[in-house]
Design a protein around this ligand. Structure first.
Ligand code: GDP
Ligand code: MG
Length: 183
């Protein structure tokens, strides 16, 4: 079985722990306690390998070893310990908090400056899309296109998700597994 190390980075309260909890346990807590230092969890995903002709050949199980970091400033100096040996980084922002995208950009910059390994997969995730609605209750502050363009310009994978209702969560990890498997 292939194993990959994955680290979550991003401002506090954007939903990093909730994303991991949805992925690992398929559950969501409305009132989750903020992470102290970092938490370690693991989970597998199964992807389909294809042969040279593009025919599906076999299923491949990929295990993620996940470091869920605390977003608070006072833990910032610990982050390099977790991203230094990572194969993938999930940089998370909250689509209802414009500031959190700025924080995400600074994490991406730090990763690009400090991680030598060009094969590091960086995935930008906009969480809490359940709060974007078509009526006057819409809480969205970050347009999808703004983040998407930024991601494309910087060679990042990107999608919007909801840890609350599960939308897009499995796909994030599957895409990372497929990308890492191809490398
Ligand atoms: P972290 O500090 O980045 O780990 O964020 P948490 O996972 O602790 O979540 C912070 C708060 O946002 C909690 O109250 C969560 O219940 C809430 N939250 C997390 N993900 C979502 C989501 O997808 N939708 C909504 N509506 N709330 C969320
Ligand atoms: Mg947390």
């Amino acid at each position: 079985m292939l194993q990959f190390k994955l680290v979550l980075l991003g401002d506090s309260s954007v939903g990093k722990s909730s994303i991991v909890n949805r992925f690992v346990k398929d559950s969501f807590d409305e009132f989750r306690e903020s992470t102290i230092g970092a938490a370690f969890l693991s989970q597998t995903v199964t992807i389909k390998d294809s042969d040279a002709n593009g025919n599906e050949a076999q299923e491949v199980t990929v295990k993620f070893e996940i470091w869920d970091t605390a977003g608070q400033e006072r833990y910032k100096s610990l982050a390099p310990m977790y991203y230094r040996n990572a194969n993938a980084a999930l940089v998370v922002y909250d689509i209802t908090q414009a500031d959190s995208l700025e924080k995400a950009r600074s994490w991406v910059q730090e990763l690009k400056n400090k991680v030598d390994d060009d094969s590091l997969v960086i995935y930008l995730v906009g969480n809490k899309i359940d709060l974007a609605t078509d009526d006057d209750k819409d809480k969205r502050e970050v347009e999808e296109n703004v983040a998407k363009t930024y991601a494309e310009e910087n060679g990042l994978l990107f999608s919007e998700v909801s840890a609350k209702n599960g939308q897009g969560i499995q796909q994030v990890f599957r895409s990372i597994a497929e990308k890492l498997y191809d490398i």
